[in-house]
Design a protein around this ligand. Structure first.
Ligand SMILES: Cc1ncc(COP(=O)(O)O)c(C=O)c1O
Length: 442
């Protein structure tokens, strides 16, 4: 049997087999050149920004789209446009990226966290209602890793309690739920164009809605609180608190070019996920990502869960995770950890800690949240016992079929030699939280 790479054997996946993301093509160059030739680099109504807004709205089948300079800006605009403010509460998932929660805090509102469902890794709708209070105004539902959340159940809860739904579709551009594209199912959708995403332009974000009032308010938030109209003189009058969230033309040009390939990228991710699912079927105790029949996944991240119990092992989940991770990395699989603890455990969310001492909890009557791990058992279980196969630099959706087959072989090799992995692989203690991708790029 081949020797494990971590113990001196030959890695299963040669480095040159990996395709780095993002993939840029002639079309990206052509669109960027259009910008350089036009001499217009910025503007709320500049041609590339306008075209991107129209093209993305058409792609989603939504009425309004605003291009901004990050996914975080798009999310914050959504919260601001929804009229959410100090003392209000916004419910979101305990398993997401920081911005899903800080978007509420940017408006002085309090994020309230909900545990995840053990199979989908998305917010568990059965646990939402117990978090609703008379201050709750909205649910920021996250389609984590590209799998649409349980939108029917979440819509029913929102209707019962008169809450708005903001979709954090940062990881899920192009994913569908019962045929509807995510970002268009709730009241407002927010997308990220950060370089790591399936739909990317380096940095950037997109706000979408069918609601004219939300669109008009968001447009003011984008530009200093002003009401700007195309072909009208700018008045420089601020009607509300605004920011500068405008997207530059070069970014819009890249985004337009990338949008033409988004379906292909997502299809490639699904094909590769199916290949890997097949390889993993043979291994007891390793669970591939779940995608219900009524949805399509973008596989922005392909997360596998390990079950020491099903493997017949008595070992700490984090130790098994870290030993397997190191063995996979040695085999040349770009495997990483992404998030190792629930969002609410961040010092930021504890009352009167973090940089913004007291804010927004200092508002009269604002409910204090303090981290209680017993509220998030499924998030903790998942993060202690799972690994993302594919990294931000080498994500699954960018790879060739051959490469993903090699990833499958590498995983099989590690699990065929699991006794050796457990006996010989040392996990330096300080690495437990730092086993993500090491890169000078981000
Ligand atoms: C789920 C989620 N929400 C929000 C964001 C924020 O997007 P951005 O990095 O473009 O600000 C990201 C990604 O970074 C994300 O993964």
């Amino acid at each position: 049997m081949a020797r494990l790479a971590i113990n001196g054997g030959i890695p299963t996946v040669p480095k040159e087999k990996l395709t780095p993301w993002p993939i840029l093509s002639e079309r990206d160059r052509e669109y960027v050149n259009q910008v350089l030739n036009s001499g217009i680099l910025a503007g709320a109504f500049a041609p590339q920004v306008k075209a991107l807004q129209e093209e993305f709205a058409e792609y989603l089948g939504v009425r309004y789209c605003i291009a901004v300079n990050s996914g975080t800006a798009a999310l914050h605009m959504a919260v601001a446009a929804a009229g959410i403010g100090p003392g209000d509460e916004v419910i979101t998932s305990a398993f997401s990226f920081l911005a899903s929660a800080t978007a509420a805090m940017h408006q002085g509102a309090i994020p309230v966290f909900v545990d995840i469902d053990a199979k989908t890794y998305n917010m568990d709708p059965r646990k939402v209602e117990e978090k609703v209070s008379d201050r709750t105004k909205a649910i920021i539902v996250v389609h984590i890793h590209g799998l649409p959340a349980d939108m029917d159940e979440i819509r029913a809860i929102a209707r019962r309690h008169k809450l708005l739904i903001i979709e954090d579709a940062a990881q899920a551009a192009g994913a569908t739920y019962k045929g509807e594209k995510v970002g268009t199912i709730g009241d407002i959708g927010a997308f990220s164009l950060n370089q790591t995403k399936n739909f990317q332009a380096g940095e950037g974000g997109l706000f979408v809605t069918d609601n004219k009032e939300f669109w008009l308010r968001a447009d003011m938030v984008r530009m200093f609180g002003e009401q700007v109209r195309e072909n009208e003189r700018r008045s420089y009058v601020a009607h509300t608190l605004g920011w500068n969230y405008r997207m530059p033309e070069l970014t819009a040009a890249v985004a337009r070019a990338q949008l033409t390939r988004l379906e292909e990228v997502n299809e490639n991710g699904r094909r590769n996920a199916n290949i890997l699912n097949k390889s993993l079927e043979k291994i007891e105790g390793i669970e591939p990502p779940f995608c219900p029949q009524d949805r399509t996944h973008t596989y922005h991240k392909y997360r596998v869960r390990l079950s020491p119990e099903r493997m017949g092992l008595k070992i700490k989940h984090t130790l098994l995770r870290d030993k397997v991770l190191l063995a996979l990395q040695a085999e040349g699989v770009p495997a990483v950890l992404w998030q190792t603890f629930p969002l609410p455990a961040n010092p930021l969310f504890q009352k009167k800690q973090g940089f913004g001492k007291g804010f927004p909890w200092s508002f009269p009557g604002a409910r204090m949240i303090n981290y209680d791990p017993s509220e998030y058992p499924e998030t903790i279980k998942l993060l202690n016992a799972s690994i993302v196969i594919g990294s931000e630099r080498y994500p699954i959706f960018a790879q060739s079929q051959d490469t993903v087959e090699l990833w499958g072989q590498a995983i099989e090799k590690v699990f065929l030699n699991l006794d050796e992995v457990l006996e010989t692989v040392e996990v330096p203690e300080e690495e437990a939280f730092a086993l993500g991708e090491i890169t000078s790029l981000r």
